[in-house]
Design a binder for this molecule. Sequence first.
Ligand SMILES: Nc1ncnc2c1ncn2[C@@H]1O[C@H](COP(=O)(O)OP(=O)(O)OP(=O)(O)O)[C@@H](O)[C@H]1O
Ligand SMILES: Nc1ncnc2c1ncn2[C@@H]1O[C@H](COP(=O)(O)OP(=O)(O)OP(=O)(O)O)[C@@H](O)[C@H]1O
Ligand SMILES: [Mg+2]
Ligand SMILES: [Mg+2]
Lengths: 255, 255
Amino acid sequence: TPRLLAVANQKGGVGKTTTAVNLATALSAVGQNVLLVDLDPQGNASTGLGVKRSSITKSVYDVLFGDSEVYEVAVQTKVPRLSIVPSSVHLSGAEIELVSASKREHRLKAALRKPLPYDYVIVDCPPSLNLLTLNALVAVDSIVVPLQCEFYALEGLSQLIKTVGRVQKHFNKSLDIHGVVLTMFDRRNRLSAQVAADVRDYFGEKVYKTVIPRNVRLSEAPSHGLPAIVYDMKCAGAQAYIRLAREIIGRERKL
Amino acid sequence: TPRLLAVANQKGGVGKTTTAVNLATALSAVGQNVLLVDLDPQGNASTGLGVKRSSITKSVYDVLFGDSEVYEVAVQTKVPRLSIVPSSVHLSGAEIELVSASKREHRLKAALRKPLPYDYVIVDCPPSLNLLTLNALVAVDSIVVPLQCEFYALEGLSQLIKTVGRVQKHFNKSLDIHGVVLTMFDRRNRLSAQVAADVRDYFGEKVYKTVIPRNVRLSEAPSHGLPAIVYDMKCAGAQAYIRLAREIIGRERKL
Ligand SMILES: Nc1ncnc2c1ncn2[C@@H]1O[C@H](COP(=O)(O)OP(=O)(O)OP(=O)(O)O)[C@@H](O)[C@H]1O
Ligand SMILES: Nc1ncnc2c1ncn2[C@@H]1O[C@H](COP(=O)(O)OP(=O)(O)OP(=O)(O)O)[C@@H](O)[C@H]1O
Ligand SMILES: [Mg+2]
Ligand SMILES: [Mg+2]
């Protein structure tokens, strides 16, 4: 059965979707079979992989509410060995519908903890610690935490750690933080270096050695419906995500 | 009674808090009495105005659940004529608690539609179209929409417009979009200019003439617990927010 990773951080705009899309692509580029699950009602990961909203008939919404299995909803992307369970607008109503549903925190887990034909499943989470993100934290083995090198982003970490602790205690004993990836790092500005130093003090080894630089090609790629690794393989951002994938696989081997 | 504005956009990291804090400060700097309401569980607006989480006894959570009035919870900030109703960690549980509460969408409105000693009330919203944001859209007169000049940010606009339409129909007939403010605009990159052009095509006059440039001083200020306008009045970011405040007051006069 696949390794299940959630890309999560309730702070908005820290690079969750960019990390989920490019990490998934980099893992598939080195031969892994990968499934990306877009759990964000905004559906940015789906767009970033070229899935048009108008062409979606079934989505992660149908998986959460038990109407469909993952294999019925997953679609092949333009990237070899990379499939996606797309988001849909119905997901924005899911939060309220889940509150009174049975097993409301375990629905994604029930759908993913099955023999699936993938080596990795990567879940892109919305910017919130709501029931959708909770479903992801209950379902997965580990969390990859993108952290923008900015002051406000640092502030949200303690809430995320507390939530992970609660999920470990009540729902998913073996959940752990796989690692923290520093994103949008800008060599020219002191704040980036300062935040990076604070994060390494706090998390030590958990912080990946690979740092993702601020790189405009990363933000241009989604408008072409392509991951940066496909849009411009040689750019600094794409190269950083390829290094990150190698680092993650290296850590997995040691486990 | 005060003019009520919500700063909202479900896309994460687009500059909602930075806009709420600096617009509120700029309005108070030109003589208006202003109240900022921090409706985000992350509490970034509270931190950005120097309110320490440990010193908070009552928060917007108590206002939503009817235990306190606004005047009992509002605290004076370091900025003259600017008070804040701070956030608290309890707010992250508010979403689930609100779902089954009576008048769940109208709670903030009940607290704000009163004779309050302010000219403006500005509500900072979380990155989601959840019941907290819905409470803000039901309570206010108008919405200021910060829009980061990036592709993913553009994609979320249609969902925001649809939600505003639903709120107008069912809860708040006179709600309108006061304006769209382009944030983190980077003159050096084509994508910024392209997104800005697309937004002006779509929204026309609703797009403020004032554009907020990417300016590192805006992201340094919160680590000192100060709005940029106080931390570094002369910087490009602070000057842009002062121009935005004048533009908003100018538009208000015409109404
Ligand atoms: N390293 C980078 N360099 C430059 N731009 C980046 C980088 N990483 C992400 N971006 C851009 O920054 C914006 C925010 O990134 P992204 O949407 O991936 O964050 P997110 O955490 O998924 O946001 P949300 O909280 O809304 O889900 C996007 O427009 C994206 O294209
Ligand atoms: N014009 C700007 N130039 C440079 N940095 C900025 C600018 N505006 C905001 N920032 C920084 O970008 C990050 C995101 O901004 P901010 O937190 O205000 O967005 P937000 O929409 O409130 O995020 P969230 O969706 O998490 O509430 C912050 O670290 C902030 O300091
Ligand atoms: Mg995202
Ligand atoms: Mg904010």
